[in-house]
Design a protein around this ligand. Structure first.
Ligand SMILES: *[C@@H]1O[C@H](CO)[C@@H](O)[C@H](O)[C@H]1NC(C)=O
Ligand SMILES: *[C@@H]1O[C@H](CO)[C@@H](O)[C@H](O)[C@H]1NC(C)=O
Ligand SMILES: *[C@@H]1O[C@H](CO)[C@@H](O)[C@H](O)[C@H]1NC(C)=O
Ligand SMILES: *[C@@H]1O[C@H](CO)[C@@H](O)[C@H](O)[C@H]1NC(C)=O
Length: 397
């Protein structure tokens, strides 16, 4: 009797609101190949910052087998096992693996899921993969059912896949989540929202890449509130998912730890919506035109609110867009819309005020994890967590 009473008391005195709130962090496993201060591997992860860590990515073969994308890093150099061993430093941490991503495309999953025999094999193979490599769960990142080379039947086939995975996973205590398109038009096309909400443990809303160089004009990667006529902002995405039948405790607000950059057509026109001629110059570590990781942006801009300890000669101009609750910066013909500690704190408060189940970041390896700016390690993730999990509404912003 005594142990039961003690257990009950411990439960009663624990802080469920705090422990149930999810801080979901993706890890882009290829970050190990970034050079210099951009290099990131699992030894840089603070195992207490996130409640769920997700290893990106695995993929699939047409026969429904799991495809390991980087056998050298994932297996030979113990990428998976080092990642899952982070749980030794935090027993409540859950480590998961994500299947898909933009590179895998849609067709491979569309083909597998349109054949019930193949789909059943896929489910068994995924289950065996998680058990073999000791992951706590799976994150589905099919981008996207019906779209990008998929077929109309994907919408129902995706639900079948999710229900079959859940039936296999739940008895074993394995977690099942999905990363989903948050755009209002794609959501209705790709997803049976009530079925996803009922059968997934949580839903990661990918609220990023809402604007980028492909638009031909400046716009923010992840506005909180909107000016956009296409409802491409976080508040519209969240309210749309709730309206379509999602349980808000299952919804996780996805936030980019990177900015989207542009080359301006005319250096005299730097406002939101200004004409652009293409992507911004690639960052020195991520090496991708049109994208700057926070670690790159913060060092580049090292100015004012972005990188407080390195107030410098930087001639970047930082502008706060009050309508969208996000910053952007420009210098000569370069323009970047990104997150700083202020905007991410506001997003954390928003998720808290809306009663969402969690917040998510893409990706942990893009924050200032080395404390190059002197704001402490992981300034964005830390401020997001502080604001999201606060008992009292912080009054800082
Ligand atoms: C599935 O396809 C992959 C890639 O072609 C192959 O290596 C694997 O052996 C196949 N699995 C089965 C069970 O046939
Ligand atoms: C999906 O599967 C159904 C039933 O087997 C089949 O009739 C249909 O042609 C398939 N669709 C595609 C695009 O392969
Ligand atoms: C479905 O997949 C199974 C197993 O790979 C295969 O034998 C069968 O021919 C497929 N069915 C169709 C309609 O393609
Ligand atoms: C939403 O989910 C929570 C926790 O999973 C549950 O307690 C609640 O009953 C659900 N609400 C609805 C309306 O289904």
């Amino acid at each position: 009797m005594a142990p039961i009473v003690l257990g009950f008391l411990l439960l009663a005195f624990s802080t469920p609101t705090l422990t149930q709130k999810k801080i979901v962090c993706y890890f882009s496993s290829w970050a190990v190949y970034r050079t210099g201060n951009g290099h990131f591997d699992t030894s840089f992860v603070d195992p207490k910052l996130c409640t769920h860590l997700i290893y990106a990515f695995i993929s699939a073969y047409p026969n429904g087998s799991v495809k390991i994308l980087d056998p050298s890093n994932d297996i030979k150099k113990n990428g998976y096992s080092k990642f899952n061993n982070l749980r030794l430093s935090n027993p409540t941490l859950k480590t998961m693996v994500s299947i898909g991503g933009w590179i895998s495309g849609s067709k491979i999953f569309s083909d597998i899921c349109n054949n019930s025999t193949l789909r059943a094999k896929f489910v068994t193979n995924l289950y065996n993969f998680l058990v073999q490599h000791k992951f706590n769960g799976l994150d589905l990142d099919w981008e996207y059912p019906v779209l990008n080379g998929g077929i109309a039947a994907d919408k129902t086939n995706y639900v079948s896949l999710i229900k079959e995975l859940r039936a296999k996973f739940a008895p074993a205590g394995l977690i099942l989540s999905a990363a989903v398109s948050a755009s209002v038009s794609a959501t209705s096309t790709s997803y049976d929202v009530p079925a996803l909400s009922a059968n997934l443990d949580f839903i990661n809303l990918m609220i990023y890449d809402f604007h980028g160089f492909w638009d031909g004009k400046t716009g923010h990667n992840s506005p909180l509130y909107g000016a956009s006529s296409h409802n491409l902002y976080a508040d519209a995405a969240v309210k749309n998912w709730i309206k379509l039948g999602a349980n808000k405790t299952k919804l996780v607000l996805g936030i980019p730890l990177y900015g989207r950059s542009f080359t301006l057509s005319n250096i005299a026109d730097t406002q939101m919506g200004a004409a652009t001629s293409g992507a911004g110059t690639a960052g020195s570590w991520s090496q991708e035109a049109g994208l700057l990781m926070y670690s790159e942006a913060s060092v580049l801009l090292s100015h004012g609110t972005i990188c407080t300890s390195q107030k410098s000669e930087s001639d970047w101009n930082v502008v706060w867009d009050a309508t969208q609750a996000v910053p952007y910066a420009h210098r000569n013909n370069q323009w970047v819309g990104y997150e700083n500690v202020i905007s991410i704190g506001i997003k954390g408060q928003y998720a808290r005020d809306q009663g969402l189940g969690g917040v998510m970041v893409w990706a942990i390896d893009m924050d200032d994890f080395r404390d190059l700016c002197g704001d402490g390690k992981y300034p964005l993730l830390t401020n997001l967590k502080t604001n999201f999990t606060a008992r009292e509404r912080p009054t800082k912003y």
